[in-house]
Design a protein around this ligand. Sequence first.
Ligand SMILES: NC(=O)C1=CN([C@@H]2O[C@H](COP(=O)(O)OP(=O)(O)OC[C@H]3O[C@@H](n4cnc5c(N)ncnc54)[C@H](O)[C@@H]3O)[C@@H](O)[C@H]2O)C=CC1
Ligand SMILES: O=C(O)C(=O)COP(=O)(O)O
Length: 391
Amino acid sequence: MSFKVQTFNQIAERGLNRFDPVKYQVGSDQVEPDAMLLRSQNLHDCVFNKNLKAIARAGAGVNNVPVDACSKHGIVVFNTPGANANAVKELVFCALLLASRGIVDGMRFAEGLTDISDSSVLAARLEKEKKQFAGVELYGKKLGIVGLGAIGSMVAEMALALGMEVLGFDPALSVDAAWRLPNQVQRMESLQALLGQADYVSLHVPAIEQTKNLINAENIGSFKKGAVLVNFARESIVDPHAVLAALNAGGLARYVCDFPEPEFRGRKDILAMPHIGASTLEAEENCAVMAADQLRDFLENGNIKNSVNFPPVAMPRAPGTCRLTFTNDNVSGVLGHVLSVLADLQVNVVDMMNKSRGQLAYNIIDMEAEPSAELQAAVAAVEHVIAVRLI
Ligand SMILES: NC(=O)C1=CN([C@@H]2O[C@H](COP(=O)(O)OP(=O)(O)OC[C@H]3O[C@@H](n4cnc5c(N)ncnc54)[C@H](O)[C@@H]3O)[C@@H](O)[C@H]2O)C=CC1
Ligand SMILES: O=C(O)C(=O)COP(=O)(O)O
């Protein structure tokens, strides 16, 4: 059995090395791939080949992948939850400091004194002027965190360790995420309430329909005067025009983000980085290894871990068996129909598993012996079956 994996973006070597070259052809030039492995590559206009079985996003956000269309074609979409969270957390720490102290302006000023060659004259000038670059401390200030998942919870821990008060808002918080959260985080009942109290607001929500322009012209007036907004989530979550208006009016003091816009250029109150939240050696390796391992287990065994559109499924393989997997619309009777097809072909089932998520159901069936050639086509012909594999 061999597979083709098409890669996009910079995928860490450690992840690529997880693919055994005997079984896998991996690279950006693969055509008709079984799977795709990518970071922020936009796949919304991509035409998927019939052979495509899975897409792995080495990272958290899957807004660059047409997940609904993938589900319709039975394509499993994976991400790597938490694998780059620490990298983002550390850059949020940096963002809080950049927004609070005269770091950028002070360094630019010092660099710009090129006409002074005498170090004691330079030191005297810097001492005289440094009052322009004084700032405030994070200790004792309130940080409001919107979205308390993998990144939000780490940011909360970090802020508490810095002596900040932490307010959190997350109406969709999972039980696992709630367990991870430090109990000093004060739960806010609404975004409005959080915005009204926080000195700093950091956004850590996914880019989905419900979070589009989450910070907008209507609620930007709710921020405390002089507050700082930090966005290392996605550009679509913040309306840039609302932010510019609030900065111009003196409501917001600073906007620090990972998503530059042309209108941001030249402004001292906006610090925009080139989407580097996850760009560390460690995060890139973590994401690539996790994504590659998830793809391998799916391609070789049909197991599914960390998918955003399929249920989690893992079944150990009994020695000497042959595995059938199929995806179907989540309606009654399909599994029974498939089992009767197997019975008609005199196939003995050794073990099986059936799980559903939303509109989709996914099944693994281990069979005693190598089935006859017509089995795959017979299962594919069953009404509501979307995709079938023999592995
Ligand atoms: N700048 C960068 O390089 C990176 C950006 N990201 C972005 O950060 C986002 C969050 O990442 P993770 O924390 O790993 O994801 P996560 O899935 O662990 O956490 C997201 C949290 O947001 C919450 N949420 C959803 N809708 C919400 C709403 N309307 N209001 C408040 N909370 C809401 C969810 O309940 C969940 O707890 C990603 O979706 C991605 O867009 C992630 C990694 C790197
Ligand atoms: O994981 C995420 O959601 C990110 O935004 C990271 O993006 P990247 O992999 O650095 O292109």
